[in-house]
Write a protein that binds this ligand. Structure first.
Ligand SMILES: C[S@@+](CC[C@H](N)C(=O)[O-])C[C@H]1O[C@@H](n2cnc3c(N)ncnc32)[C@H](O)[C@@H]1O
Length: 404
């Protein structure tokens, strides 16, 4: 923090502030910057690089953070900057009661991916060590059928895409249940050849389009061919229940993605049907090099540090896999001119309810979908080290292929 320069700790503090991380988390970042104390220098940094640049940020959030900051400095008998007292007094008079704040209000966050030194693979597609996406979200997690909030698995898939860009660049990618659209922004960033985002909820879709526009991506609803050269992301209204086979077969993606889509037991049969159709289209493909597919019908087994489900799987198998050290999968993403590989899906999720998750696995098995748990073998780089509210380790990553 010497001379207000940006070292790692100050970048984390600013990133956490812009992502609207909880006040306690901001305070702990501030302490790291000040070597344990929230010094005047740290307060000046917060003023210059956070609060004075926070125009448009959600005022009750700023008020709560200021209150916490002032209390913490006073508790350690430090000197609080006048600017901070004055701004807090302003919020005290302008925001009378937090409980009256509209719960359906939309807020703007900025999600920053911080790239560590020495990741030549990552930096080859980056001009800077920080990649920032502004995103409009809802305060209410349930708005837009849950799709207007950022869920942890989309942070995970975003880290995965940015960590292994070669798996996605030049690939046609289709996301189901896209929510705010962060995964699509990352796919466009690593130059997927085509990005189609979808959601079953219309208000979520409208919010997603706002986010694509905020990030200067062209949104196209129909006829993408006309603007082939533009950095294009297509949005599609796709409720799984009513998605027709022909509608899905037209898409023919190389890669299907889904983040936090396994949670509603009622939707699962429809979700599995959609994934099945998307993965079973008949583009001219070579055989995918997934050795375990050959042994379908035998027992579940570990290969190359991955768990392959060839019998009807359940969650206990998922738990077991965490004991097995994985190796990174590198059998796809060639991007060359050779025969294309069969489509595959990356589905990331937090297992909130074991029964629901087992039900998904069993439906997938019945639909001839092979599932490989990649959680331990394809780990993304931690690009969100400032985000204490997000725990990469809580997410499971499944790779799904169709095995006729
Ligand atoms: C928990 S949110 C996850 C959103 C986003 N993928 C993320 O991780 O931030 C689930 C998403 O799936 C969508 N969804 C839920 N049920 C659906 C259905 N039956 N058909 C299509 N989309 C659905 C919701 O609208 C929402 O956007």
């Amino acid at each position: 923090m010497e001379g207000h320069g940006f070292d790692d700790s100050s970048v984390r503090l600013v990133s956490a502030f812009m992502a609207m991380e909880p006040s306690d988390s901001l305070i702990s970042h501030a302490r790291v910057c000040g070597g344990g104390l929230i010094t005047e220098q740290v307060q000046e940094f917060i003023w210059d690089h956070c609060l004075s640049k926070a125009a448009g940020l959600y005022a009750p959030y700023l008020k709560n953070f200021l209150k916490k900051l002032i209390i913490e400095v006073e508790l350690e008998h430090g000197c609080v900057l006048d600017n901070l007292y004055e701004l807090y007094a302003h919020y005290m008079t302008s925001i009378k009661d937090n409980s009256l704040v509209q719960r359906d209000a939309k807020i703007r966050k900025r999600i920053s991916f911080l790239f560590p030194d020495g990741y030549s693979q990552l930096q080859s597609c980056l001009h800077s060590r920080v990649l920032v996406f502004p995103l409009q979200c809802s305060l209410n997690m349930l708005e837009g059928d849950t799709g207007c909030s950022i869920w942890p698995s989309s942070l995970f898939l975003s880290e995965l895409i940015l960590s292994y860009p070669e798996l996605f660049s030049n690939k046609s990618c289709f996301e189901i249940g896209s929510g705010v659209g962060l995964v699509g922004l990352c796919l466009a960033h690593v130059k997927a050849s085509k990005v189609i985002l979808s959601d079953g909820d219309l208000s979520t879709l409208a919010n997603m389009k706002t986010n694509l526009e905020l990030n200067h991506l062209n949104v196209e609803l129909e006829k993408p061919e006309r603007n082939k050269n533009l950095n294009m992301v297509k949005c599609m209204h796709l409720p799984w229940e009513s998605a027709s086979e022909s509608q899905l077969q037209d898409v023919m993606p190389d890669i299907v993605l889904g983040a936090d889509v396994i949670y509603d037991p009622v939707c699962l049969p429809h979700l599995v049907r959609v994934i099945g159709i998307l993965l079973s289209h008949k583009k001219s493909y070579s055989c995918r090099q997934v050795a375990s597919c050959e042994g379908a019908g035998s027992s579940n087994k570990y290969e190359n540090g991955e768990l392959h489900y060839t019998n009807q799987p359940n969650f206990e198998d998922l738990v077991d896999v965490s004991a097995v050290a994985g190796t990174v999968i590198n059998n796809h993403g060639s991007g060359g001119d050779g025969p294309k590989e069969a489509p595959l899906a990356y589905i990331a999720g937090v297992v909130r309810n074991v029964e629901t998750f087992n039900h998904f696995l069993s439906l997938a098995y019945q639909a001839k979908l092979d599932i490989v748990d990649l959680t331990d073998s394809l780990k993304p780089v931690n690009l969100l080290p400032y985000m204490h509210s997000y725990n990469q380790a809580s997410i499971r990553l499944l790779r799904i292929t169709f095995n006729p």
